[in-house]
Structure formats: structure tokens, C-alpha cells
Design a protein around this ligand. Structure first.
Ligand code: PRX
Length: 632
């Protein structure tokens, strides 16, 4: 794979040209650097109508053999994983490639002893501890499909995901440490599992050492099952197109969808993009601050770096605990060479000034990255000047849960960078901007709907259990294209700038929520008739949630109603989806056919009151005056 590393911009241009004119040959070359049990017959077959995309058909492999067996000969004693605890003075934990290999095998054998086999779904609801990585890889080792659920989601959300995936096992912990707080997780799992019929066992790791109730025959302690297992577990042979994992993500309608990624293509693409975007070299220490509950953690904490034989850092805590220098203290402590975080974290740390950054030695950093949401120019410069000391290249990684890996991004130190622009597509990626009529916009300096006209190896294959939904959400808006849901602009040189979602998805601190899911949660309250939720710009979170709520006229205490709304959103989704502003209104602006005019509500939430547009076609235009008058 090393010879596929792009070292100059002209090499990038050459590789890009080749990858789009000969995609099969190009990806053949990348794929052949991996360890396959059987070689593929067809590199690629696809159509975006059904849709059906198949990479490396006929080939078999196991992704964990590519992490371990493929790397062990040269990296046995190199560090694979460094784990930093929430408390700065608590002991950290490290695993060499060999140690991680044994730990993964023991966990895999433990799962097998519980009857988990190839194709079974395993839900993982764990904090950021090494066992999370171990559990993910243990599933992959035996061909079980992991579905990691971020440990901030509520019992209801967890139950929905367990039921949708028809999981047989949940792996969780007694509790978690996050900054100054400790929270219980097992209680949440118990509540969730009570609403499901498919879970046979719950495997519980001790993290906080708090009391938790164990249900006999169903619940098993990790420390009683896993450490006594054999340290060798043969890898299950997987078809390239067998599912590797499911990860739930929000869209504009309905409940979150289970995005499915498959073994071969996901492996090839995450390793290739990690190596190039972060210009991986032997001995590099890569730290991505995301949680493994999101796609960024899957691809750039676990799979990408470990496939390349890098050392990956996992952090249990938060950027501001015990103080705003924590990230930089960790960079200094482990001599981190590549650092990747979200704009929201950068903006929240900017508020503490430069002193916490200046205190630490960040001279080991070579490349710094940003991901998850658009980065504003001020944050970009602050990041490069203070963290990158004005010299580290900043790579702005645009991609999605559905794309599996980075799609449009700078290649560290090699491609030109321009603040707020993600940059050029990576090799193999063919973005287009479409206009309202679905026609490709060929000129530069234009904006349009960002779509992809050809598949790449880690494109979403389906939405679990409901292929029609996958087609509807991504392949129906513009026939023959994958639609990202984002609007984008191309500059005079062909660099892309992501403007943001153009659908009903809100991105709060880099986390995706559908307006419909939040509205459904709010509407659970008996005295609420209906609601409409929109996003509005927030200086730190990027976007925040504004809810317009219509209550029954018998409701007298609005403060109570507000509390009820916050409670239901917490219970239905989790605290991460709480609306920052709740405005009670007597009605919502609707067209005569009953459709809510979100455009108007968005303008009100943004405070752009001079541009509300034509309201005369509304069923009752007077509601707009009232909404504007009482705007928060
Ligand atoms: O709107 C884009 C935004 O996040 C969405 C994808 O969210 P998710 O599936 O949770 O994946 C996040 C991590 C890859 C996109 O549709 N987004 C992601 N990265 C960027 C971004 N917007 C602007 N710039 C980015 N670098």
C-alpha cells in the first residue's frame, strides 16, 4: 500500500485522473495490498437504480486478519492502542499489536461461547474504553455484525436500534466517566432491553465500579467471561460483500436508519484514505477525538489506523476536563503526530483563549484535521495558528456515515488548503453539483446539490432491513446519482466548500438529528398539539435546535410544559438532542394544503426577519406576525 501514498500534488492529479478513468484497475491496485483468503472475480458491479453496489465480488477475507496477521510480523511489539483515562492522574492503558490481537481473540471466543455466530447482530453500548475497540474487532473476527450505539443515547433510542437490528447481545458497562460526572449505563440497558424480545444476553464490563443489578442467566460480567478465554481465535472467512457493521444515523424523515457497510470495500477505503489524508508514516501516533459511537470513530480511530499499523489514541473524557488544556496535555504526553477533532470542540476551546494551548509542547504535530460540520474561518485560523503553530497543514474532511470514509478533503501538506473549503475529491470520488432540475452544473464558482455520480468502495449498501428506504433517501432525489443531502459550492479552481444540509437534518456539535425525530419526541406530551423544529446558527455548536410548539389551550403553566418537553426529548433521544429554544405559538405557518413552511420558521430562528419571503399564500398569515413578535 505504501507505493499508493500520494507525495505531491501532481501525483494526486495523476492518481485522480487514473482512478476516475479506470476505477476498476485503480481499486484493484489498492485492494491487492491487503490479505485476502480468496481473490475477487469482479472488481465492481453496480447500478444506482436498485441500488446495488458490489466491490471485490467473489473474494473472501477477514478485516481483523488485515489488522493483526498482516501487521504482526513487523509490528508485534509496536503500540496499537493508547488509552487515556478521563482522570488525568489515572493510569493509562496501552496495547501492542500482539496484546490487542490476544485481547480481541479472547473477546471473540467469549462471544462464541454465548452462541454468537456469523451474521448475528451485536449491539455495543460502551463508553470510550479500550474494550469498546476490542468488542468491535471481536465481532468482526467472528463475522458478527456490530451496531455501536453512542453511550449518550436514551433507553428508548437504544431499544429502537436493538429492535431494528434484531440484536441478540448487548455489550455494555456498569457506568461511564465523562468529565466531572459519572453516569450509569446498565440501568439504561435494562430499561431498553425490557422493551425488546430479541436480546438473549447482556455482557457487562466494570468501568465505574458502581452497583448495578444483574439479571440471572441473562447478564454476564465481562471479567468473569473474557479474560479466561483462549488468546487465539481463528478468523471467520467473510465474503467481501458480507455486512461488517450497522451504524444508525438520522435522516429527514422517520426514525434513524441503520447504514450498512460491508467487509471488503470498507476495509480498502478506510485504510487508503487514512494513509493518504493523514500521510501516515511508521511510528506516527494518531489521535482522533471522536467517539466510536459515530462513524468518525469507526473509520479513523479503529479501522483506518489499525489497518495501516499505526498507533491510535482513545480518550475517555471531554476537552474541558479538568481544564481547557486537556487535549493539548494529551498531545504532549503521547507525542501525537496527527490530530483530528470537530469544529465545535475548536470553538469551545477558543473561548478559553490561547494560554491553555501555549502551555504545552505541540511540536510533534504534523497534520491537524477537522471533521463533522462546516468550519468557520475564525476557528480555522485559530486552529492552525495555535494548535498547528502556523505550519501544520489543516485537512478539512468532508464525508458522512453513509460514505464510510473521507470523500473530499485536503491531503496533508500536499494539496492546497483554503480555509472553510474541504478541497478536492480524493481519488475514486466523483462529486457533481446538480441544479434544481437535476442537471450537472459544469462551470465553477457555482452552488448546487452535492451528489456522486459513481460508487466508491465504502458507499452505503443498504439501510438495514429496508432497502426501499435506502433507495428513497439517497438514490431517488436525482436519478442515477447518490444524493448527499448537502449543498456545496465550487470555487474557480474546482475546490469544494460544503455549505451544509439542505434537507431537514440538523447538525448540532457535529451530531446529526432529523427534525421529525425531535418533533415526534416533543409531541409525545399529551397537551402538545404539534410542533416544528428547525436549526439555527450557534457560535459554538455550529447549529442549535429551535422548537415552535403549539399547546392545547387548557395548558396553563408554560414552564411546566417546557420542562416536560425537555424530559421527553431526553427520554426519547438523549440530552444531546435538547432544543435550546422553545417558543410556544398559537399556530404554525402552513400552506393551504397543510404543509408547514419551515423556510419561514428557519428565518425567524436565524433572526433574518427582513427576508421571510411571501407569506400571503399561507392559510393564516397572521401567525407569522405573532411568531416574529414573540421570537426568543
Ligand atoms: O452536512 C455534512 C456534515 O455532516 C454530515 C454527515 O454527518 P455524519 O453522517 O454524522 O458524519 C459526520 C462525520 C463524517 C454531512 O452531510 N459534515 C461532515 N463533515 C463535514 C461536514 N460539513 C462540512 N465540512 C465537513 N468537513
Amino acid at each position: 500500500m505504501k507505493n499508493l501514498k500520494i507525495k505531491t500534488f501532481s501525483e494526486y492529479q495523476k492518481q485522480y485522473e487514473f482512478s476516475v478513468s479506470n476505477p476498476e484497475l485503480f481499486w484493484d491496485g489498492v485492494a491487492s495490498t491487503f490479505m485476502w483468503k480468496k481473490k475477487w472475480e469482479n472488481t465492481l458491479t453496480w447500478n444506482f437504480e436498485e441500488p446495488r453496489v458490489s466491490w471485490f465480488e467473489g473474494a473472501t477475507l477477514n478485516i481483523t486478519e488485515n489488522i493483526f496477521e498482516r501487521n504482526l510480523a513487523t509490528k508485534k511489539n509496536d503500540l496499537a492502542l493508547i488509552w487515556e483515562a478521563n482522570e488525568p492522574l489515572a493510569a493509562n492503558r496501552t496495547y501492542t499489536y500482539e496484546e490487542l490481537y490476544h485481547a480481541v481473540n479472547q473477546c471473540a471466543n467469549g462471544l462464541k461461547s454465548l452462541g454468537v455466530t456469523k451474521g448475528d447482530r451485536v449491539c455495543i453500548y460502551l463508553p470510550m474504553v479500550p474494550e469498546l475497540t476490542i468488542a468491535v474487532l471481536a465481532c468482526a473476527r467472528i463475522g458478527a455484525i456490530h451496531s455501536v450505539v453512542f453511550a449518550g443515547f436514551s433507553a428508548t433510542s437504544l431499544a429502537d436500534r436493538i429492535i431494528d437490528a434484531d440484536a441478540r447481545l448487548v455489550i455494555t458497562s456498569d457506568g461511564l466517566n465523562r468529565g466531572a460526572k459519572q453516569m450509569s449505563l446498565k440501568d439504561v440497558v435494562d430499561e431498553a432491553v425490557a422493551h425488546t424480545a430479541c436480546i438473549q444476553n447482556v455482557l457487562v464490563l466494570k468501568v465505574t465500579d458502581t452497583n448495578c443489578s444483574m439479571t440471572e442467566t441473562r447478564d454476564i460480567w465481562w471479567h468473569e467471561l473474557i479474560p479466561s478465554q483462549d488468546i487465539i481465535c481463528p478468523a471467520t472467512e467473510m465474503e467481501s460483500e458480507d455486512s461488517l457493521f450497522i451504524l444508525y444515523t438520522s435522516g429527514s424523515t422517520g426514525k434513524p436508519k441503520g447504514v450498512v457497510h460491508t467487509c471488503g470495500g470498507y476495509m480498502v477505503y478506510t485504510a487508503y484514505t487514512f494513509m493518504n489524508v493523514y500521510q501516515y508514516e511508521e511510528g506516527d501516533i494518531h489521535w482522533c477525538t471522536a467517539d466510536i459511537g459515530w462513524i468518525t470513530g469507526h473509520s479513523y480511530i479503529v479501522y483506518g489506523p489499525l489497518l495501516c499499523g499505526a498507533t491510535t489514541v482513545m480518550f475517555e473524557g471531554i476537552p474541558t476536563y479538568p481544564n481547557a488544556g486537556r487535549f493539548w496535555e494529551i498531545v504532549e504526553k503521547y507525542k501525537v503526530t496527527q490530530f483530528l477533532t470537530a469544529p465545535t470542540a475548536i470553538r469551545s476551546l477558543m473561548a478559553f483563549g490561547e494560554e491553555p494551548v501555549q502551555k504545552y509542547d505541540l511540536s510533534t504535530l504534523k497534520i491537524i484535521g477537522t471533521v463533522g460540520e462546516p468550519i468557520n474561518e475564525e476557528a480555522w485560523h485559530w486552529y492552525q495558528n495555535n494548535v498547528g503553530k502556523g505550519t501544520c497543514p489543516v485537512v478539512d474532511n468532508w464525508w458522512q456515515t453513509e460514505t464510510g470514509g473521507i470523500m473530499i478533503s485536503g491531503i496533508g501538506g500536499i494539496s492546497p488548503q483554503k480555509p472553510t473549503f474541504a478541497g478536492y475529491p480524493l481519488p475514486g470520488i466523483q462529486p457533481v453539483l446538480l441544479n434544481q432540475d437535476g442537471e450537472e452544473i459544469l462551470e465553477n464558482e457555482q452552488e448546487g446539490y452535492l451528489c456522486m455520480k459513481a460508487p466508491w468502495p465504502s458507499i452505503i449498501r443498504t439501510t438495514y432491513g429496508n432497502h426501499a428506504r435506502c433507495k428513497e433517501a439517497y438514490f431517488s432525489n436525482f436519478e442515477g446519482y447518490y444524493f448527499t443531502g448537502d449543498g456545496a459550492k465550487r470555487d474557480e479552481n474546482g475546490m469544494y466548500r460544503i455549505i451544509g444540509r439542505i434537507d431537514d437534518v440538523i447538525n448540532v456539535s457535529g451530531h446529526r438529528f432529523g427534525t421529525a425525530e425531535i418533533e415526534n419526541a416533543i409531541n409525545q406530551n399529551e397537551l402538545i398539539i404539534e410542533s416544528a423544529v428547525v436549526g439555527y446558527p450557534h457560535p459554538i455548536k455550529g447549529q442549535s435546535i429551535y422548537a415552535f410548539v403549539v399547546c392545547d389551550h387548557t395548558l396553563s403553566d408554560l414552564d411546566d410544559a417546557r420542562k416536560d418537553i425537555l424530559n421527553t426529548v431526553t427520554n426519547e433521544i438523549g440530552k444531546i438532542a435538547l432544543p435550546e429554544k422553545i417558543q410556544f405559538v398559537s399556530g404554525l405557518p402552513k400552506t393551504r394544503s397543510g404543509k408547514i413552511m419551515r423556510r419561514i420558521l428557519r428565518k425567524v430562528a436565524e433572526g433574518d426577519l427582513d427576508n421571510l419571503g411571501d407569506v400571503s399564500t399561507l392559510l393564516d398569515p397572521s401567525v407569522v406576525d405573532e411568531i416574529v413578535k414573540n421570537r426568543i
